[in-house]
Design a protein around this ligand. Structure first.
Ligand code: G16
Ligand code: MG
Length: 218
């Protein structure tokens, strides 16, 4: 039976991708090149330093490690400023209702995010009380598609990976769930998330009953 749900943050519970985009775009412009919304798709679910490498690749820049750390720091300061103004109105449609329903059904809930800023976002949107475990970029060593973030979540919840369902908007996140031995539901388009057990366009389409239909207890 399914005993736990693990949620990615950016793109599943909140749309912080737009703030990441604004901050990366500002950095690219300072460095003298353009960064489009289409380019930004490549950064979804990817860690901060790996995102910077992709961005610098687009600009054709090759910089030393010290300069790169300073640039990542700069981008993050802008991003932190944007998310400091977030509130619960930025929780994506259907997310709160689904979390509430899972809680009522006794299903354990964990966060599995690559972001080092996850706590700020959860605090500002008042979502902290929904989580029985919070695993974010400050607790992990390896980035998705490595399964570490989800395996730590299952461990903290004391639930077997086979009894977990991961909700993800990034291909690397679905891959991480598969490698963790968990079930997964993609939130977004079938084209990129086709490896998940099922795909919904938003959590508005989710309910505890749909979860039980998808993964019946044998
Ligand atoms: C999020 C975003 C990524 C971002 C990463 C690291 O992951 O999707 O675009 O690069 O976190 O964020 P930060 O720079 O705040 O540490 P997730 O796993 O919540 O989708
Ligand atoms: Mg995501």
């Amino acid at each position: 039976p399914i005993r736990a749900c693990l949620f990615d943050l950016d793109g599943v519970l909140v749309d912080t991708a737009k703030y990441h985009y604004l901050a990366w775009k500002r950095l690219a412009e300072e460095l003298g090149f353009d960064f489009t919304e289409q380019d930004n798709e490549r950064l979804k679910g990817v860690s901060r330093m790996a995102s910077l490498d992709i961005l610098l690749g687009i600009g054709g820049l090759n910089l030393d490690e010290e300069t790169k750390l300073a640039l990542a720091e700069k981008k993050n300061a802008w991003y932190v400023d944007y998310i400091s103004r977030m509130d619960e109105s930025e929780i994506l449609p259907g997310a709160l209702a689904f979390l509430q329903e899972l809680k009522a059904e006794g299903i354990r809930i964990a966060l599995g995010s690559a972001s080092k800023n996850a706590m700020t976002i959860l605090n500002n949107t008042h979502m902290v009380p929904y989580f029985d475990a919070i695993i974010d970029g400050t607790k992990t060593v390896s980035a998705k598609p490595d399964p570490e973030v989800f395996l730590l979540g299952a461990q903290e919840l004391k639930v077997d990976p086979a009894e977990c369902v991961v909700f993800e908007d990034a291909e690397a996140g679905v891959e991480a769930a598969i490698r963790a031995g968990m079930r997964s539901i993609g939130v977004g388009s079938k084209a990129t998330l086709g490896r998940a057990d099922d795909v919904v366009s938003s959590l508005q389409e989710m309910s505890a009953s749909r979860l039980m239909e998808l993964f019946p207890a044998r």
